[in-house]
Design a binder for this molecule. Structure first.
Ligand SMILES: C[S@@+](CC[C@H](N)C(=O)[O-])C[C@H]1O[C@@H](n2cnc3c(N)ncnc32)[C@H](O)[C@@H]1O
Length: 271
């Protein structure tokens, strides 16, 4: 880890396409279950609309997509930033119109989905990107769209994977999504037993979810002071600051312009 501004730390290596591609080339893909995770399989089996528009981000070898196709789903998109898994899938499904394979960055992806399936993508991202993950998921989902899948409920010495816990996830997704389910799984694969939770969140389409840069906030301003001040803006429901202090996720009932944010922050004890 190396020091960044405001005393935040960052990863030594960027977790970019080259990082993931190197793992696929070296076949050091310890995260790959070789099959669809049982809690996700169970969830898919309950989906009634086979024409749901489904996205699987950070898909890797995408056993979930294979299972969805077997079940007759007709509108699946998978995306990965690493060329190797994307090209394997492109070859495998080149004659199958029910699945689109995208090589690219999830955060640049545009689309409109009824369901997004999470399987070891969130935990593969630097924790500093968690607020951006919430923002992007909200943006990609259709009205009342669903984000569902697995999250780790444990910590790791170093990542990826990066862990977390239910309380942290609840704070992060609060108000941007409504919680249909979040709890420990009973049917994880043995090595992940008692360390995963299954979640199903519904997009809250009545709110605005935006990211703001915190570049004008002095390092001496504590995150709790920043958060407290932002909560004084009328209509703000949730505020979450990234762990490198660079960005702030704000959920509100009306759009909030940057001047309003600046004014609220200028009331901070030290801004
Ligand atoms: C831990 S692996 C999980 C792969 C697969 N979901 C699985 O469970 O086998 C994380 C995956 O996310 C991909 N990834 C990381 N950052 C990404 C990004 N910004 N956009 C798209 N894919 C990304 C990596 O290339 C890698 O395939």
């Amino acid at each position: 880890m190396s020091d960044l501004k405001c005393g935040a730390t960052s990863l030594d290596k960027p977790l970019d396409a080259a990082y993931w591609e190197a793992h696929y080339c070296a076949k050091t893909t310890g995260w790959d279950l070789g099959t669809v995770a049982p809690p996700i399989k169970m969830y898919i089996a309950k989906i009634v609309d086979k024409n749901s528009r489904i996205l699987i981000p950070g898909c890797g070898n995408s056993y979930e997509a294979e299972y969805l196709l077997k079940q007759g789903f007709t509108d699946i998109t998978v995306i990965d930033i690493a060329p190797t898994p994307a090209s394997i899938l492109q070859e495998k499904y080149k004659k199958n119109a029910a699945i689109q394979i995208v090589l690219g960055d999830f955060f640049e992806h545009q689309g409109n989905y009824d369901l997004i399936i999470e399987q070891t993508f969130f935990c593969a991202l630097p924790p500093t990107m968690r607020q951006k993950y919430v923002w992007k998921m909200h943006q990609l989902l259709a009205d009342k769209g669903i984000l569902a899948g697995l999250l780790f409920s444990r910590t790791f010495e170093s990542g990826p994977p990066f862990g977390g816990n239910q309380e942290e996830y609840e704070m992060l997704f609060k108000d941007a999504f409504s919680f249909l389910e979040m709890g420990m799984t009973q049917n994880s694969i043995a090595p992940r037993a008692n360390s995963e939770l299954f979640f199903e969140l519904r997009k809250n389409s009545t709110v605005f979810v935006n990211m703001y840069q915190s570049e004008n906030i002095k390092c001496s301003t504590s995150s709790s002071d920043v958060t407290e001040k932002l909560f004084t803006i009328e209509g703000v429901l949730n505020v979450s600051r990234s762990s490198d202090f660079e960005e702030i996720l704000i959920v509100s009932i009306a759009p909030i312009d940057s001047k309003t944010i600046k004014d609220a922050l200028s009331n901070s004890k030290e801004n």
